[in-house]
Design a protein around this ligand. Structure first.
Ligand SMILES: NC(=O)c1ccc[n+]([C@@H]2O[C@H](COP(=O)([O-])OP(=O)(O)OC[C@H]3O[C@@H](n4cnc5c(N)ncnc54)[C@H](O)[C@@H]3O)[C@@H](O)[C@H]2O)c1
Length: 246
C-alpha cells in the first residue's frame, strides 16, 4: 500500500473516519489536502500530517457548495501539483422517522452526502483524466444496503452512492481511474455516539466480531483502494462491518 509522492484530498477530515484516513494516507507517503467545514479541527489534522513528515494543507470548504468544492480542487492543484486520490468522506445524519421528516432534513443530508460526492468527483476528474490515472473512494454506509429506521434521508443518499460509483467507474475506466466505495458498519466516532445507548447496545451484540469498528479499520481499506495493490478493482462496494448484516 505504498503511496509515496501521491497527492490526496480527504473531505470531512477534521475528525472521525476522515481524520484517520488522512493520517493513514500520510503514513503511507501521500501529501494530503484536509478538507472540513469546521475551521477548528482541520488545522489539527494538518499538524499531525506534518509531524509524519508529509505536506498537509487545510481547506475549509462545504462539500455541498459547488464553488467551495471548486476552490478545494484548485488548492490541491496549486499546492500539491495535481490530484491522484480523492476520498469523499464528509457526511452527516439528520435522523427522523418518515412521517416527521422535514424537507430541510431531506435536502441537507442529500446535499452533503450525495450531491457533495458528485461535486467532488466532477471537479477532480479533469486533472485525473489529463494524467490518465486516479483513485476515487467514497464512504457510503451499510445503511445504504439494509436501510435504517429513522434514517430514510441518510440511507437514500448512501444507497445513491452505489449507483453513482458504478456509473462513474464505467465512464472513467478508459482513463485508468478506479472508482470504488466502502460501506462501513458501526464505527466509533461522534456520528455513532449520536445513537442512543438502548439502540446501540443490541446492534453491537449482532456484530460477529463483537465490537464496533475503529476509524483506522476503515482507513486501512481506503489506503488499499488508493494504492496500486487494488489496480484491478473498480465499481466495487466493500463492506467493512465486522460481519454485521452480512
Ligand atoms: N461512524 C459510523 O458508524 C459510520 C458508519 C457508516 C458510514 N459512516 C460515514 O463515514 C463518514 C464519516 O463519518 P464519521 O463517523 O467520521 O462522522 P463525524 O461526524 O465524526 O465526522 C464527519 C466530518 O465531516 C465534516 N463535515 C460535515 N459536513 C461537511 C460538509 N458539508 N463539508 C465538509 N465537511 C463536512 C464534519 O465537520 C466532521 O469533521 C460519513 O460519510 C458517514 O456517513 C460512518
Amino acid at each position: 500500500m505504498d503511496l509515496t509522492g501521491k497527492r490526496a484530498i480527504v473531505t470531512g477530515a477534521g475528525q472521525g473516519i476522515g481524520k484517520a484516513i488522512a493520517l493513514k494516507l500520510a503514513q503511507q507517503g501521500a501529501d494530503v489536502i484536509v478538507d472540513d467545514i469546521n475551521p477548528e479541527t482541520a488545522p489539527q489534522t494538518v499538524r499531525e500530517i506534518q509531524a509524519l513528515g508529509r505536506k498537509g494543507v487545510a481547506v475549509i470548504a462545504d462539500v455541498s457548495k459547488r464553488d467551495h468544492v471548486e476552490r478545494m480542487i484548485k488548492t490541491a492543484v496549486e499546492e500539491l501539483g495535481g490530484i491522484d486520490i480523492l476520498v469523499n468522506n464528509a457526511g452527516i445524519a439528520r435522523s427522523n422517522v418518515l412521517a416527521r421528516l422535514k424537507d430541510e432534513q431531506w435536502d441537507e443530508v442529500l446535499n452533503v452526502n450525495l450531491k457533495g460526492v458528485f461535486y467532488g468527483i466532477q471537479a477532480a476528474v479533469p486533472s485525473m483524466m489529463k494524467q490518465r490515472s486516479g483513485k476515487i473512494i467514497t464512504i457510503s454506509s451499510i445503511y445504504g444496503r439494509i436501510g435504517a429506521i429513522g434514517d430514510v434521508n441518510y440511507a437514500a443518499a448512501k444507497s445513491g452512492i452505489v449507483g453513482l460509483t458504478k456509473t462513474v467507474a464505467k465512464e472513467l475506466a478508459r482513463y485508468n481511474i478506479n472508482v470504488n466505495a466502502i460501506m462501513p458498519g458501526l464505527v466509533d466516532t461522534a456520528l455513532l455516539r449520536g445513537i442512543p445507548e438502548k439502540y446501540l447496545k443490541p446492534m453491537i451484540e449482532e456484530v460477529p466480531l463483537k465490537r464496533v469498528g475503529r476509524p483506522e479499520d476503515i482507513a486501512n481499506v481506503v489506503a488499499f483502494l488508493a494504492s496500486e495493490d487494488s489496480s484491478y478493482m473498480t465499481g466495487a462496494i466493500l463492506e467493512v462491518t465486522g460481519g454485521w448484516n452480512m
